[in-house]
Design a binder for this molecule. Structure first.
Ligand code: C2E
Ligand code: MG
Ligand code: MG
Length: 473
C-alpha cells in the first residue's frame, strides 16, 4: 500500500503478504478514510459474541440483563448473577503467551458451559472474567452451581510442558426488589473480589458493603459509561491524537508525542480515565492500532514538510502481548509510507514489571525493524537498572514527578545528571518530561538531558495546530 499526498490509500496488493493484507483490512475498520474498503472486506457490524468463547461480549451485558429483569418481573422469578474470575491467570498469559492463554480460555469456557447449560446467558467481561446470568433458581441451587464450577474448573489441563491446575473465584449476587442491572453486576463483582481476598478458589454469596464515601456501584457504572463512550468513539469518530513537542536545547524538534483524546457528545474523557478501561476490556488493541495508523500518517506529513522529528506513540502492555503487534506496526508504516525511524514507541514502566517472552519478542522485533523504543515515566514505580541493561531501548524519559523537584532538590538533580550520563553511555537519548518553568528547563539542561517536553514549550495540540506552531517559531 502507498499513501498518496492527500492521505488516501491506494492498494498495491502484490506488494503485501496475504497475512499483512488481512491486518491492513482489519485496521481499516478503525480508520475512517479507508472505512468503505473495510465495509466491503469485513462484512457487517461488530459482533455481539466473543470469538474465543462464544459468550456475549461485555458491552451487551446491560441490555441482556435489562431483558432478564423484565422477564423476571413478568414471571415473578429470581435472578442470580455469578461473576467468575480465574486466579493467577496473568501468570499464564505472561509465561505461555497469548495463544496458549487463549486455548486455556476456550477450555474454561467449555467447562463453564457444561455446568451452567448452553442456553443460559453467558458473558465474557474481561480476558479471564465471565458472568453467568441464572434466572428462576433458589439460593441452594445457585450455590450448588457455583460449587460445581469450582470443581470442574479445578481439573488439570495440559499447558505447554506442564499440567496446569486452574482455579477460579466466584461472586454470587441475587436480584433485589429495587435493583438495577448495573448494581446487580456490581454486587457480584464485589463478592468475587472478596473471594479473591480470602485466597481465591472459592465462592462468596454476599459481599460486604463498599467503604463509605466510595460507591462501588458508582465506580462500576462510570467504567461501563467510559467503555460505551470508547465504543461510540471507535465506531462513529470521537478519537483524536494531540501532539506535544519534545525540544532540544538548540530549539530544534527532537520528536512529538502523540497523546490520545476522546470526546463523544460533548463529553471529554481523560486518557488517565479511559486508557485503564480500554486495557481492562481489550479495546486498547483497537485504540492502539488506530493510534499507530494516525501517528504514522502524521510522521509522513511532518516529513513532507521537511521535518525529521519522530512521532512517539504510547503503547500499552496489553498491545505488546498480541502476536500480531509487529504485523500491525509494519502495516501502519507501509500504509503511511514512513521509514521505521520516523516513529518511536513509548513504553510505560508497568511493561517492565515482568517482561514475558511474547512482549520481549515484540520489543526486539520492533527494534530490529528500526523503530525506536522509549522507556516512559522513568524514575517512578518500577524503575530498575536491569531495564536499562536488558531492554533494547533507545530513549529514556524522566517522569514529571522527578522533574517537579527541580531546581531546589540537589539530590534529585545529582541523580538526574548521573542517570543521564549513564544512559548517554548506553547510547540512549534522555528526555525530561513535565517542564513547566524556565528554572526547571535550566536545571534539566544543566544536568545534560538531550531534550525536554512540557507545558513551558507547548501543551499537546491538534495536528494542524502543531504545524502552525512549527512555522511560527
Ligand atoms: P505520558 O505518556 O507520560 O504523557 C505525558 C502526560 O503528561 C500527558 O498527559 C501530557 O499532557 C502531560 N504533560 C505534558 N507536559 C506536562 C507539564 O508540563 N505539566 C503537566 N502537569 N503535565 C504535562 P495526558 O495526555 O493526560 O496522558 C496521560 C497518560 O495517558 C500518558 O502519560 C500515557 O501514559 C497515557 N496515554 C495517552 N495517550 C495514550 C495512547 O495513545 N496510548 C496509550 N497506551 N496510553 C496513552
Ligand atoms: Mg508517553
Ligand atoms: Mg511520560
Amino acid at each position: 500500500m502507498h499513501s498518496q499526498a492527500d492521505g488516501a490509500i491506494a492498494v498495491a496488493g502484490d506488494r503485501c503478504l496475504p497475512e499483512r493484507r488481512e491486518i491492513i483490512k482489519r485496521l481499516a475498520t478503525t480508520h475512517t478514510r479507508i472505512r468503505p474498503l473495510a465495509v466491503d472486506l469485513c462484512g457487517s457490524g461488530i459482533s455481539e459474541r466473543d470469538p474465543t468463547t462464544g459468550f456475549f461480549v461485555r458491552s451487551v451485558g446491560p441490555r441482556l440483563i435489562t431483558r432478564l429483569f423484565a422477564e423476571a418481573d413478568r414471571t415473578r422469578d429470581t435472578l442470580f448473577a455469578l461473576w467468575l474470575d480465574l486466579d493467577r491467570f496473568r501468570q499464564v498469559n505472561d509465561s505461555f503467551g497469548y495463544a496458549e492463554a487463549d486455548a486455556v480460555i476456550v477450555r474454561i469456557a467449555e467447562r463453564i458451559r457444561s455446568v451452567v447449560g448452553a442456553r443460559r446467558t453467558l458473558l465474557r467481561m474481561g480476558s479471564d472474567e465471565f458472568v453467568a446470568l441464572l434466572p428462576a433458581l433458589d439460593v441452594q441451587s445457585a450455590e450448588r452451581i457455583a460449587g460445581q464450577l469450582l470443581v470442574i474448573i479445578d481439573q488439570p489441563m495440559p499447558l505447554g510442558s506442564i499440567l496446569f491446575r486452574p482455579s477460579v473465584s466466584i461472586g454470587i449476587a441475587s436480584r433485589h426488589a429495587a435493583d438495577n442491572p448495573l448494581s446487580l453486576l456490581e454486587r457480584a463483582d464485589r463478592a468475587m473480589m472478596e473471594a479473591k481476598r480470602q485466597g481465591g478458589n472459592r465462592f462468596i454469596m454476599k459481599a460486604a458493603e463498599p467503604p463509605r464515601g466510595v460507591s462501588g456501584a458508582q465506580l462500576a457504572r462510570e467504567e461501563l459509561e467510559v467503555e460505551s463512550i470508547l465504543h461510540a468513539a471507535l465506531e462513529n469518530g470521537g478519537l483524536e491524537l494531540h501532539y506535544q513537542p519534545i525540544v532540544r536545547p538548540n530549539g530544534s524538534l527532537e520528536a512529538v508525542e502523540a497523546l490520545m483524546r476522546c470526546s463523544v457528545g460533548g463529553r471529554q474523557v481523560s486518557p488517565l480515565q479511559f486508557i485503564p478501561v480500554a486495557e481492562k476490556t481489550g479495546l486498547i488493541v483497537r485504540l492502539g492500532e488506530w493510534s499507530l495508523l494516525q501517528s504514522t500518517r502524521c510522521a509522513a506529513r511532518l516529513r513532507r514538510q521537511g521535518c525529521r522529528a519522530k512521532v512517539a506513540v504510547n503503547v500499552s502492555r496489553v498491545q505488546l502481548t498480541s502476536p500480531s503487534f509487529l504485523s500491525v506496526l509494519h502495516a501502519a508504516l507501509i500504509c503511511a509510507n514512513v521509514p521505521p525511524e520516523g516513529i518511536e514507541l513509548e513504553l510505560t514502566e508497568s511493561i517492565f514489571m515482568d517482561v514475558s517472552p511474547i512482549v520481549q519478542a515484540n520489543l526486539r522485533g520492533a527494534r530490529a525493524a528500526g523503530v525506536g523504543l522509549a522507556i516512559d515515566d522513568f524514575g517512578t514505580g518500577y524503575s530498575s537498572l536491569s531495564n536499562l541493561k536488558d531492554l533494547p531501548a533507545t530513549k529514556l524519559k524522566f517522569d514529571r514527578a522527578f522533574i517537579n523537584a527541580l531546581p531546589d532538590d540537589r539530590r534529585a538533580f545529582t541523580i538526574l545528571r548521573a542517570i543521564t550520563r549513564l544512559a548517554g553511555e548506553l547510547g540512549m537519548v534522555v528526555v525530561a518530561e513535565g517542564i513547566e518553568t524556565p528554572e526547571q528547563l535550566a536545571a534539566a539542561e544543566a544536568a545534560g538531558v538531550d531534550a525536554t517536553q512540557g507545558f513551558l514549550h507547548a501543551r499537546p495540540m491538534s495536528e494542524e495546530a502543531l504545524l502552525e506552531w512549527m512555522i511560527s517559531r
